[in-house]
Design a protein around this ligand. Structure first.
Ligand code: PSU
Ligand code: MN
Length: 296
C-alpha cells in the first residue's frame, strides 16, 4: 500500500516515536540522550525508528541525527497537539508532536505502532482539562505502547474514559493498568497479553472488524526503576498544590509537574522515565515485527 507520505507500507517493521516527550517532557541535555536511546532500542528490536516532529512548519516522518539534536536543543518549540497541526505550516514553527498528533501522523505515514511514555488524559482538579489524546485514541486505529497515562492525571477517570471511548487496553505481562512511574494502580486492563504475537493478532482482528479505535499496550516501568505508588502519590499531590499556587494551567502544566517530581524524588522519577521509554520502544519494535509478519 502506498501511503500519503509516499512511504511504502510493506512488511518492513516500523515504529514511530512521539516527540513531545523529548521537547517538553524531559529536561536537557538528557532529552537528546533518551531520544537516541529510544531509536537504538527500536533498531535493536529489528524495526526502523521514525521520530515524528514538525520542523520549520513541515511534518517529518523520521529525523536525521542532526535534526534530532537541533530539535532537542531548540528554544520555543511548540507542544504540537492535534489542534496545532494545521497551524504549523503557516507559522513555520518547530513542534514536538503529542500522542494525538503522533497517532494521526504515523497512521497517515503507514506506521502502525508507536511508542511513548504516557498518554494524556483527564487532569486532577480540573475535569474539563481533558487531553486531545483521548478523542484521538477513540478515532484512529493505531497501536500505542506506553506505561499507562501520565501519573499526574486523574487515573480512574482517565481509565473510565478509555472504556467509554472503546479503546482496547492491554496489559503487557501485567494485570493492572500501570501508573507510569509505578507498576500498579488498582485499575484493571481489559486483557493481559504475554507476547508481541498476541498483540499483533489483536491488531489484525481490530482491522478485520473495521474498528476505528486504537489499542493501548500498557507496559509497566521495568523493575529496579519503578517507584512505590504511595511515594509518588504524595509527590504528585505536592506538585499539584504548587502548580495551583503558581497559577500554572494548560500546556505548561505537564512540564511544570514533571520538573517538580524529578526534584522531589532526587532524580529517581527521571531514571524511571528513561528506563520505561527505552523499554516501551523495545516492546513496540517487537510488536511491529510480529505485526509485519502477519500483515501481507
Ligand atoms: N507523558 C510524559 N511527558 C509528556 C507527555 C506525556 O511523561 O510530556 C506529553 C505527551 O506528548 C502527551 C501530552 O501526548 O503530554 C498530553 O498533553 P496534554 O495533557 O496537554 O494534552
Ligand atoms: Mn490539557
Amino acid at each position: 500500500m502506498k501511503t500519503s507520505t509516499g512511504l511504502e507500507s510493506t512488511n518492513v517493521p516500523k515504529v514511530a516515536l512521539e516527540s513531545t516527550v523529548i521537547t517538553h517532557g524531559l529536561p536537557r541535555p538528557v532529552n537528546l540522550q533518551i531520544a537516541r536511546e529510544m531509536e537504538a532500542s527500536v533498531r535493536a528490536g529489528g524495526a526502523i525508528a521514525y521520530m515524528m516532529a514538525v520542523l520549520a512548519g513541515d511534518v517529518k516522518v523520521g529525523l536525521s541525527d542532526a535534526q534530532l539534536v537541533d530539535l532537542a536543543q531548540r528554544e520555543g518549540v511548540r507542544k504540537c497537539s492535534m489542534r496545532d497541526l494545521p497551524l504549523m505550516k503557516q507559522t513555520g514553527e518547530y513542534g514536538g508532536t503529542t500522542v494525538s498528533a503522533t497517532l494521526f501522523l504515523s497512521l497517515r505515514a503507514g506506521i502502525p505502532v508507536f511508542a511513548t511514555g504516557g498518554i494524556g488524559g483527564v487532569h486532577r482538579g480540573d475535569m474539563m482539562d481533558v487531553s486531545a489524546d483521548l478523542p484521538a485514541l477513540a478515532q484512529f486505529p493505531g497501536t500505542v505502547v506506553c506505561a499507562g497515562a501520565k501519573s499526574i492525571l486523574d487515573l480512574p477517570r482517565t481509565r473510565e474514559r478509555l472504556e467509554t471511548d472503546g479503546v482496547t487496553v492491554l496489559g503487557w505481562q501485567c494485570d493492572e493498568f500501570p501508573s507510569f512511574y509505578s507498576r500498579d494502580s488498582g485499575l484493571e486492563v481489559d486483557q493481559r497479553v504475554e507476547s508481541a504475537a498476541e498483540v499483533a493478532r489483536i491488531m489484525q482482528e481490530r482491522d478485520r472488524l473495521g474498528l476505528s479505535q486504537s489499542i493501548l499496550v500498557t507496559v509497566p516501568c521495568p523493575e529496579g526503576f519503578a517507584l512505590p505508588q504511595m511515594e509518588m502519590e504524595d509527590a504528585i499531590e505536592q506538585a499539584e498544590a504548587s502548580a495551583f499556587r503558581a497559577g500554572v494551567v494548560g500546556k505548561a502544566l505537564t512540564p511544570y509537574l514533571l520538573n517538580h517530581l524529578a526534584e522531589a524524588t532526587k532524580g529517581r522519577s527521571l531514571a524511571a522515565n528513561r528506563a520505561l521509554l527505552r523499554n516501551n520502544a523495545r516492546v513496540a519494535a517487537e510488536i511491529a515485527c510480529a505485526f509485519s509478519k502477519s500483515d501481507v
